[in-house]
Design a protein around this ligand. Structure first.
Ligand SMILES: [Zn+2]
Length: 412
């Protein structure tokens, strides 16, 4: 709910909740082509996969006549579903999926190619589709002209299609994204957004592509080994719900951002029911009236990366804390981590989208709240609290806009 950087997180009002998930897929529909595609090859690659989800990149090579719009259709063999796409507008009927071009990538010259990507969900298996059709013609990987060419080959080289890896938001999102960026630039850090260097981005880059976490267990409820492990898995899954949108985008160097939980903080050691030493346990180290992992291990306190005072050494430093408070109904997020209710976390630990946590994670990567205004032309999205329960395309492009503006500080 509340974004705070460099400040003690405070409790704010409750989560509105009960929102309808809004599924947004890229771009808008365009008229389908009447041209015959007479040859095509499709490269379908799963770039990353995790429990219940995956990211895929699809490249269509046109081996036939030029097309000015395209529809690529396939059938998922294992009931997978597309949850969000970029570079294409995706519709589905059962397991039959159709991806259509967006405004900027409808044209594919002979010998040219276009790419698009999507996030998907899977349950029992994630087998790749075995057949694709381009504008109704099966892609066999070879050209099979149905009519002899009657035109001379173009003398100018084909236009290179815009890469989907750069900054290329759908046209309808350009204005709202610009509004958001100008708003955060003028309001963050007293107008000096770029002077702050502990965004989630800074943390991931400092670690070479991962995040370490401390869990602040601000509750008397016991934690079994199984619950501990579920919470660890859950943090990783939620962080990568966001980070999946960066994979392959605009020079972002990581396919995923693994999360390692290195410590737990608790009032009473007996609350934690495991005996192994896979995480460091900090007992009764009370800050902000809650257990906290050792400050010498915390990125918030040591942004110079000097963790020499950390009992477990730099490997056991933590970048963020997941602060789980009994009876807490709202949320807070910032560079220090995220705070949500311990009961909420426990009862949603296996959920695919833990929407309050996703919202607070958005704050940790710089995204703002939208209590008093809404960008032009966008509907529900997870950073507008209570209006969506999953990350939408607009959320994803706001995230990517942060990378666009910060990446030069990391040499990209
Ligand atoms: Zn918020």
């Amino acid at each position: 709910m509340t974004r705070s950087f460099r400040a003690s997180p405070k409790r704010f009002g409750g989560w509105a909740g009960a929102a309808t998930a809004l599924l947004v897929v890229g771009g808008w529909a365009v008229a389908t082509s009447a041209e015959a595609a007479t040859g095509c090859r499709v490269d379908y690659a799963v770039g990353s996969q995790w429990a219940g989800g995956f990211t895929a990149n699809v490249t269509i090579a046109n081996l036939g006549d030029p097309v000015t719009s395209w529809r690529l259709a396939w059938t998922f063999p294992s009931q997978q579903q597309v949850t969000q796409a970029w570079g294409a507008t995706v519709t589905a009927a059962g397991s039959q999926v159709t991806a259509a071009n967006v405004s900027y990538n409808g044209t594919i010259a002979t010998g040219g190619s276009v790419s698009f990507g999507f996030n998907g969900s899977w349950s029992t298996a994630n087998a790749a589709p075995t057949s694709f059709t381009l504008n109704g013609t099966v892609c066999t990987g070879t050209s099979t002209p149905t009519t002899p060419p009657t035109t001379t080959p173009p003398t100018t080289p084909p236009t290179t299609p815009p890469s989907t890896s750069g900054w290329n938001p759908p046209a309808n999102l350009v204005t709202p994204l610009n509004e958001v960026w100008s708003h955060v630039e003028s309001t963050y850090n007293n107008g000096n957004l770029y002077g702050f260097r502990n965004y989630g981005w800074d943390q991931v880059m400092a670690n070479g592509g991962s995040l370490n976490y401390c869990v602040r267990w601000d509750s008397a409820a016991p934690v079994s080994t199984a619950l501990r492990d579920q919470i660890h898995t859950s943090i990783n899954r939620q962080v990568n719900k966001w980070m999946a949108y960066m994979s392959g985008h605009n020079g972002w160097p990581y396919a995923s951002v693994p999360v390692k939980v290195v410590g737990w903080a608790v009032r009473d050691r007996a609350t934690l029911q495991w005996t192994d030493n896979s995480v460091d346990v900090y007992v009764n180290n009370i800050r902000e009236n809650a257990p906290q992992c050792s400050e010498p291990c915390g990125r918030f306190f040591h942004q110079d990366g000097n963790y020499s005072g950390c009992p477990g050494g730099a490997a056991r430093h933590y970048d963020m804390s997941l602060w789980l408070t009994s009876g807490f109904g709202g949320g807070a997020g910032g560079d220090w981590g995220q705070r949500i209710g311990s009961e909420y976390m426990t009862s949603n630990v296996n959920a695919d989208n833990i929407h309050i946590l996703l919202h607070e994670l958005g704050h940790s990567f710089g995204l703002d709240d939208f209590y008093d205004w809404t960008p032009t032309g966008v509907g529900g999205f997870i950073m507008k609290a209570g209006s969506a329960t999953t990350i939408t395309e607009f959320d994803a492009w706001m995230l990517r806009d942060w990378w666009r503006h910060l990446k030069s500080r990391y040499g990209y």
